[in-house]
Design a protein. Sequence first.
Length: 153
Amino acid sequence: MSLARKEYSDFQKMAPDAYEAVLALGGFAAKAGIEKPLLELIKLRASQINGCAFCVQFHILQAERLGVAADKLNLVVVWREAPQFSSRERAALAWTEALTLLADGVGDDVYERARAEFSDQELIYLTSAIASINTWNRFGVAYRWTPPARQAA
């Protein structure tokens, strides 16, 4: 018999301070001016790596609302082989993978590529967004949050 899991809305109601803290950490990057579509790509990639179905679906839907092309969303998982990604997006995705798979370390080449595309401040905020999505993924996977349904237009 499996234990009952708590849904996303339960987390928000039961621990509003924790919810707000994780939400705020992720929101700093957008407030700092990092492009929202780029942030959705990094959140999608981290969520794919971490196996968080809720967050994968959530960030696909968010990216679609921002006008990110379906081809790009479909190819995030293989971004290295796909020509749809800019050098800035590639640097952000490599940084995301390095920080999500932290046990592998952050290679000098990944750091240098990120530094070439992002200012010092942007890289700090990008890192905060990656930390935030990795935290959300831990909750989503642990509590088996149900992926959000696509709403009819």
